[in-house]
Design a protein around this ligand. Structure first.
Ligand code: FE2
Length: 196
């Protein structure tokens, strides 16, 4: 995983690597999600950092060492940075290596996607569904509430789908499962595998 470093003790709003994502995520949703929600998390985190003793640390360390508002905002900055970075209009396919790992740990790519979608659909309330690697290299799926990130569990996060309503409500209304199923069309597996 590529950590995010502060500049002069402050984190920058992560830039989007695209201007739109076709019909999977509308530009309206992107505008609110990135330009309003993520920007607010970055701004809130930057207000909390000075004098906290955590200024200057990489984002994953801020998450591991904080709680309350600092943890929530820092977590949401890392979670959204990873979420937006992993999508593309011209996504790269999965390598045979990752296919083999998904076969080994979930019984196949299709079985992995089914379990990932199911765990995203059944997470109660707001949160994230994650694919991570544990310290032995085994791939695992976790459901995590609110701003939680697998780094607090000692895992290396690889892929995440945001299941907060702000991620899908404008495009899919209450149909969270449809949103989750559609996201596979835009996942850039080269980005996901670069986090391994
Ligand atoms: Fe979000």
């Amino acid at each position: 995983m590529k950590d995010i470093l502060p500049i002069n003790g402050q984190f920058a709003l992560p830039t989007l690597p695209y201007e739109g994502l076709g019909t999977v995520i509308s530009t309206e949703t992107l505008g609110f999600h990135h330009g309003k929600h993520l920007k607010a998390y970055v701004d809130n985190l930057n207000k909390l950092l000075p004098g906290s003793g955590l200024e200057g640390l990489p984002l994953s360390e801020v998450i591991k060492k904080s709680e309350g508002g600092m943890f929530n905002n820092a977590g949401q900055v890392l979670n959204h940075a990873m979420y937006f970075e992993q999508f593309s209009n011209a996504p790269k396919a999965m390598s045979p290596r990752l296919m083999a790992l998904l076969e080994r740990d979930f019984g196949g790519v299709g079985a992995f996607k089914k379990e990932f979608e199911q765990k995203g659909a059944t997470l109660f309330g707001s949160g994230w569904v994650w694919l991570s690697a544990d310290t032995q290299g085994k791939l695992v799926i976790t459901q995590q509430k609110n701003a939680e990130n697998p780094v607090t569990l000692g895992l290396t996060p690889l892929l995440t789908f945001d299941v907060w309503e702000h991620a899908y409500y404008l495009d899919y209304q209450n149909r969270r499962a449809d949103y989750l199923a559609a996201l596979w069309q835009i996942v850039d597996w080269q980005v996901v595998e670069s986090r391994l």
